[in-house]
Design a protein around this ligand. Structure first.
Ligand SMILES: NC(=O)c1ccc[n+]([C@@H]2O[C@H](COP(=O)([O-])OP(=O)(O)OC[C@H]3O[C@@H](n4cnc5c(N)ncnc54)[C@H](OP(=O)(O)O)[C@@H]3O)[C@@H](O)[C@H]2O)c1
Ligand SMILES: [Zn+2]
Length: 379
């Protein structure tokens, strides 16, 4: 299995599907509240990618703006602002663009083979230029980013780039912001070009959230569950969702941040949960299981995806998450990280296996879970 970053596509569009006008000036499609939301999402990513067209059209800064968020990144051992990444097939890049001049962070240019020399001549002094094949090999680019330590990638456009990621089905989350106006100009850039997308009416995206932010609305979509039973092929995708949930946990210096998703045999999400979701001692698996009726017949063939091994002893409450999973009759648990003995010694995986349950570990995501909990492991 090729490892790639978690890919989050982010775009703001007019009601009639345009992401810019033809004035030559950037078009404001967001408001302050949404800029602040985007800033927070950026701060949680390792890299931000835009196409060379966006650099030429908008000259964006692509920085984390908030000083507090920059400081929090530095405290986590990261650079103040994510790595900047672009794609080019012509190599026509301007080294004085703000993409290259601003931000105490690396700049990475993936150029098609034929454009490497031109790109290196233009921006080789201020960026790392990488040969991305001919035609550009998008899975290869993502694998290269993962090898460089990028676990979470935010893609901020423009249209050509979003079209490429969505037609390849290479994304984990789409953030679509709709501005309350229409552009109406057929020559104005569109969010997406026509194409053979795998997400027709028979295979729709899943709407995970609709969040009004003043006069704009954020629509957060997830890819459809990969077909049928959540078997080995899709375990990693479900586990990624559990890890994503763990990022919502209120911070604690005495407990892990964990996310959990309970999925039925047909791929339906029965419940999700995360640590400290509604009270300070909540565990993720407990919070999720509390949302499902104990006699729900789908539990007998369900899978619990959890970012951390289910606990076996806990200081705050008498029943452990391992006990809750056993009592619910859930036959299968997929986890990313065996609990390190920071607070208690956990034997969740062993206990579940001894009780005849299947336990699958996917250590591909363990580093990510550790990163979410980095504050518990002072250097
Ligand atoms: N509203 C929003 O959220 C938002 C966000 C970003 C951008 N925008 C708007 O989007 C417009 C720009 O969109 P766009 O579609 O022109 O630009 P783009 O998607 O940013 O960049 C397209 C360029 O990226 C390179 N590229 C992309 N895929 C490639 C591939 N498979 N192989 C090689 N090179 C590849 C090519 O660069 P070369 O041309 O150098 O070969 C291509 O011309 C602007 O009007 C901007 O304002 C809006
Ligand atoms: Zn627990």
């Amino acid at each position: 299995m090729t490892v790639r970053p978690y890919v989050l596509l982010s775009v703001a569009s007019s009601i009639d599907g345009h992401i810019d006008d033809t004035s030559g000036m950037p078009l404001a499609l967001s408001n302050e509240a949404d800029f602040d939301r985007v800033d927070e999402v950026r701060a949680g990513c390792d890299a931000i990618l835009v196409g060379a067209g966006t650099i030429r059209a908008d000259d964006p800064r692509l920085l984390v703006r908030s000083p507090d968020r920059r400081a929090a990144r530095v405290a986590r051992g990261l650079g103040p602002t994510p790595l900047k990444v672009t794609l080019t097939g012509r190599g026509d890049l301007d080294p004085s663009a703000r993409f290259f001049t601003l931000g105490d962070t690396g700049k990475l240019v993936y150029a098609t083979s034929g454009a490497v020399a031109r790109a290196a001549g233009a921006v080789g002094a201020v960026a790392t230029v990488v040969d991305a094949g001919d035609p550009l090999d998008l899975p290869g680019v993502l694998a290269d980013l993962a090898a460089r330590g990028v676990r979470r990638l935010m893609v901020e456009g423009g249209g050509a780039v979003h079209t490429m990621f969505l037609s390849a089905g290479l994304f984990d989350e789409l953030h679509l912001v709709i501005a309350p106006f229409l552009v109406g100009d057929p020559d104005a850039p569109r969010f997406l070009a026509a194409g053979a997308y795998p997400y027709g009416p028979g295979n729709p995206l899943r709407l995970a959230e609709a969040r009004p932010l003043g006069d704009v609305v954020l629509l957060r979509y997830l890819p459809p569950p990969a077909s049928g039973v959540p078997g080995p092929r899709t375990d990693l995708a479900w586990l990624r969702e559990a890890v994503e949930l763990s990022r919502r946990c209120p911070r604690s210096d005495s407990a892990f941040a964990v996310g959990a998703v309970v999925v039925a045999a047909d791929g339906e999400v029965l419940a999700t949960g995360h640590s400290r979701e509604s009270s300070p001692h909540d565990h993720a698996e407990e919070a999720a299981l509390a949302k499902i009726a104990p006699d729900d017949p789908r539990l007998a063939a369900a899978t619990v995806y959890t970012s951390l091994e289910p606990c076996t002893t806990r200081a705050s409450r008498p029943v452990s998450c391992t006990d809750l999973i056993l009592a619910a009759g859930i036959p299968r648990v997929v986890l990313a990280w065996r609990e390190p003995g920071v607070f208690t010694d956990c034997v969740g995986a062993e206990t579940l296996r001894e009780a005849g349950r299947t336990v699958v570990e996917l250590p591909e995501l363990a580093a990510e879970v550790r990163a979410v909990n980095a504050h518990l492991f002072p250097a």
